[in-house]
Design a protein around this ligand. Structure first.
Ligand SMILES: [Fe+2]
Ligand SMILES: [Fe+2]
Length: 377
């Protein structure tokens, strides 16, 4: 980093102290200084309660024929749109697709663990009691995602695979950073935005009802985490100095590239290719070759459209401006995004899930739609 990064506080709801300054939390005046900005998302928590250990919500004992059936639609796997497809037989294709799902869900599990530790760390630095209650609540929800994804991975593969170095380093940086803006832009917008895109894709393409249910239940929580990031952005971005905004914008672009690299690089998925008898360097050359064909490239962009939610989140929050817009245009139609409303691709899936959970939990209180959660007081 060329310039030193510091906390940027323009709204008192995000005032922060050093992670080891617990005495500041016992200041008598602090307890009564509570922002109402997060009250709606805190109150809504019971509307989307679920328990990953209770088969009433999702039953991880439901079997799936891992050897003979695709966990997800194979058309979604970029590898199978290259010369790799002709090199392997149907059995190996199924193996490749299902191992790729294990890789993705393991990355998500590590991301959930990162989100858990990050939300907990927000409780140590945010001074506002309302912001703290929100963060504590998110911590509890991330813990159930860790439990849910661990249960699913255990049922299908036994255990997860190790985190890729790029994602592992990024999550560590976010968790350990004392900077609120870095935590919120990095986790709530970038990592959670990417996760929402991935959940929506798995929800639509999964052939395993257990996975579909897990995605939807997780999304009922994540939609609110996304709102927390939006509230921060609405109250912060428009009031930043140019220097501060540029700093955040440039850092977001750096993180975006890290995430793109982590998911896209054949080197990080060596073990998957080895399992079907392919050398990762050969796989990489097959990708390069396919990328020169524009039709294939478009298909592949379609397949990796999970970045769309992330880019849209940054754009709608004002983190992406004309300074870096062209960088993202290589991956997505930015004009189209500009014209879209605030509603996210996962919101409909989440909202349907919340209605299902309300019924299951016997909730009779008035339903508040997701769109009302960020409405100004
Ligand atoms: Fe989560
Ligand atoms: Fe989350």
């Amino acid at each position: 980093m060329s310039t030193e990064q510091t906390n940027i506080t323009v709204d008192s709801a995000y005032e922060a102290v050093a992670p080891d300054d617990f005495p500041a939390m016992m200041e008598v005046e602090r307890y009564g200084n509570r922002s109402t900005a997060f009250d709606k998302i805190i109150s809504a928590t019971h509307d989307h309660f679920w328990d990953p250990q209770d088969p009433k919500f999702v039953d991880f004992s439901q079997p799936f024929d891992m050897e003979n059936e695709y966990l997800v639609d194979p058309l979604g796997l970029a590898e199978l749109q290259t010369a790799i497809n002709d090199k392997i037989d149907e059995k190996q294709r199924i193996k490749l697709v299902n191992l790729d799902v294990q890789w993705s869900l393991s990355s998500i599990l590590h991301g959930e663990q990162g989100a858990l530790a990050l939300s907990a760390s927000l409780c140590h630095i945010l001074k506002d009691p309302g912001a703290q209650e929100y963060a504590a609540n998110q911590t509890r929800e991330e813990a159930r995602h860790v439990a849910g994804f661990s249960n699913y991975i255990k049922a299908r593969w036994g255990k997860p695979v190790a985190v890729g170095p790029a994602l592992g380093d990024l999550l560590t940086e976010l968790v350990l950073s004392p900077l609120v803006w870095k935590k919120i832009v990095g986790m709530q917008m970038l990592v959670e935005g990417l996760a929402m895109g991935a959940f929506a894709t798995f929800y639509k393409q999964s052939n395993d009802p257990v996975m579909t249910k897990l995605m939807q239940l997780t999304m009922t929580d994540e939609a609110f985490h996304h709102k927390f990031g939006k509230i921060w952005a609405d109250r912060t971005i428009p009031k930043l100095s140019e220097h501060e905004r540029n700093q955040i914008e440039d850092w977001a672009w750096e993180v975006f590239q890290v995430l793109l690299y982590n998911l896209g690089s054949p080197e990080q998925k060596k073990h998957i290719y080895a399992a079907v008898g392919l050398d990762w360097e050969w796989v990489q050359s097959a990708f390069m070759e396919a990328m020169t064909d524009s039709a294939v490239r478009e298909d592949m962009m379609e397949a990796t459209n999970i970045f769309r939610v992330l880019i849209k989140t940054l754009l709608k929050a004002g983190v992406i401006t004309d300074r870096t817009s062209a960088n993202y245009a290589a991956f997505i139609d930015m004009k189209e995004l500009h014209q879209e409303g605030d509603r996210m691709v996962g919101d409909d899936i989440a909202e349907e899930g919340i209605k299902y959970l309300r019924e299951l939990n016997g909730n009779t209180n008035k339903y508040m739609s997701l769109d009302t959660m960020t409405a100004a007081e």
